[in-house]
Design a protein around this ligand. Structure first.
Ligand code: NAG
Ligand code: NAG
Length: 346
């Protein structure tokens, strides 16, 4: 997997109140939740995976010995993968909690993957997260976007979901769609197309997660505890090497595409735009140093684009007032803003 290094860490403005009202537009998804045993199995660090007595809540711990993780008991040929998650609190620099789909165990050379990766931070600074996708082993073409959140994800549970259909991919935070990737013929195999499992893990990513690796995990604060509950898994469970998956799965996939989370309403679209305007601070689509020509699925939004430098990072660390002033100045002067951050691939 390739990763990005970011050497600067600026705090984005918080609009909690605005977003509290803005994001109350829709009711919770209509989901039937399952217990841990109904859908998942421990993956590693068994002693650090702790189930509640009723089996509906699982804690994943990271201590000086090991992280931990679980995996869905089936692989799915399209699906909706969702859980309510609470992240570790206090000093979490270097800690990564990942909630993702992958088939790297089965297709080592040409795997597919869809990621939420939550990046810990030094005490007092907010968690960040990134989303990404790989298809058919496209590990040299990262498609990262990075964001902050409108709430503190270590204080309470929030739902994080990945929808994957033959037509599109949607990442959700609660009921807010924050990123949609519409399948594009030109993407070819880069669009995930083989059955995937759901994974949840906590691990030590000291070398890159916080301030480009400057702040590693400090085990004085261990164990780092993430909690998962209200699991939802909908889709078509399959044997990954079975043939004619589309035929086998046609009914489940039709059901999947009829669900409330598979339809982005106009209100949902407006919320997605607002989220991306205020909380996205890096996008590969605007990173001209990395991709002189944006990958084919990129939809360049001019109101987004003018806020980013050619490194794909926000200009001036994302202050909206500075942004507004900047675009006024730029309209007058047409001058270029020097790049203020550095980035390299791992
Ligand atoms: C919720 O989803 C279930 C299928 O899982 C469906 O049978 C039910 O009618 C839905 N309820 C509402 C209120 O849409
Ligand atoms: C995926 O990659 C393999 C080689 O690793 C190639 O043979 C196959 O055609 C690719 N599939 C798609 C859909 O691009």
């Amino acid at each position: 997997m390739d990763r990005l290094y970011f050497y600067s860490s600026k705090t984005l403005p918080s609009f909690s109140l605005l977003f509290f009202f803005l994001f109350r537009f829709s009711a919770a998804f209509n989901l039937s939740t399952i217990s841990f045993d109904e859908g998942y199995s421990p993956l590693f660090g068994d002693g650090n995976l702790v189930q509640s007595p009723d089996g509906r809540n699982v804690r994943l711990l990271l201590n000086v010995y090991t992280g931990s993780g679980f995996i869905s008991s089936s692989m799915y040929h399209h699906g909706f993968f969702s859980a309510r998650i609470k992240l570790p609190s206090d000093h979490t620099a270097g800690v990564v909690v990942a909630f993702y789909t992958s088939n790297g165990d089965v297709f080592e050379k040409n795997h597919d993957e869809l990621d939420f990766e939550f990046l810990g931070n030094v005490e007092g600074k907010p968690w960040r997260f990134q989303t990404n996708l790989y298809g058919n082993g496209s590990t040299n073409r990262g498609r990262e976007e990075r964001y902050s959140l409108w709430f503190d994800p270590s204080k309470e549970f929030h739902r994080y979901s990945i929808l994957w259909t033959a037509k599109n991919i949607v990442f959700y935070v609660d009921e807010v769609p924050i990123r949609e990737v519409i399948r594009n013929e030109e993407m070819g195999g880069d669009y995930p197309s083989k059955p995937m499992s759901l994974y949840a893990t906590i691990w030590d990513a000291s070398s890159w997660a916080t301030n480009g690796g400057k702040n590693g995990v400090d085990y004085k604060y261990a164990p780092f505890t993430s909690e998962f509950k209200d699991f939802a898994l909908e889709g078509c469970p399959v044997d990954p090497i079975q043939e004619s998956l589309d035929t086998v799965c046609s009914e489940s996939n039709a059901f999947l595409e009829s669900r409330d989370y598979a339809v982005i309403t106009p209100e949902g679209r407006a919320a997605m735009r607002k989220f991306r305007q205020h909380y996205m601070y890096y996008s590969y689509c605007y990173d001209r140093l990395r991709y002189a020509v944006p990958p084919p699925e990129c939809v360049l939004v001019s109101s987004e684009q003018e806020r980013f430098q050619e490194t794909g990072r926000l200009k001036f660390g994302g202050s909206v007032r500075k942004q507004a002033r900047l675009s006024r100045i730029r309209r007058k002067r047409r001058s270029r803003v020097p790049s203020g951050s550095t980035q390299a691939e791992m």
